[in-house]
Design a protein around this ligand. Sequence first.
Ligand code: UDP
Length: 234
Amino acid sequence: MKEKLYEGKAKIIYDIGSADTFLLEFKDDATAFNAQKRGTISQKGPRNRDISAALFRYLEGKGVPTQYVESVGEREMVAKRLRMIPVEVVVRNIAAGSLAKRLGLAEGTPLKRTVLEFYYKDDSLGDPMVNEYHIRAMDWATQDEINAMSDMALKVNDCLSEHLKGHGLKLVDFKLEFGVDRDGRVILGDEISPDTCRFWDLKTNEKLDKDRFRQDLGGVEEAYTEVWRRLVTV
Ligand code: UDP
């Protein structure tokens, strides 16, 4: 039994008759610029499922609780059922994307200190940037949950930056989403993939992520496959 609960831009959530878990299906659909640009990237779903699974497993080993349970089929993942916090946590090591634009920085400028940002997850508002005061005022998360998300995001950054470097990738920036389980624990959810991270080749700075789609650079499918090859098959 599999009943669709929610269809997002890149994933579908199914009820599988379990109180503790649901099924996430990773789609090939791609969107950018708040869904103004739409397309499909062949094999993106299977690649992102595998990359996310590998990175979630790696992070679990480092003591970061994640929603990952197991991979099933070609593009699905059994995941813990969580109450998702409607906040996107962005971590940045190098200026790119909206930060480069907003502060007038050249893309690729290293940041002297890691930058942490919060965005309210709401497509109709274009995911506005918010701070801890907004999150508290709107009751999207408690101060303890904000602290847990921040600590975990910085730990994920430290662990993943190191891990990816070993696979020839630079972690420029990325977005995380968190949920709360039945015991009130904050758990890392959603996905970690070339859709949600900027990965640059360590030596050449070649973009190996969704920026190839956003900026019409070509070689989109090849980039996802290259990240998959480095992180999943090696
Ligand atoms: N990001 C994401 N989902 C979003 C917005 C951003 O996964 O809705 C990721 C994006 O891939 C990048 C990081 O968060 O790795 C920072 O994105 P940025 O704020 O620069 O926005 P963008 O340039 O993607 O509009």
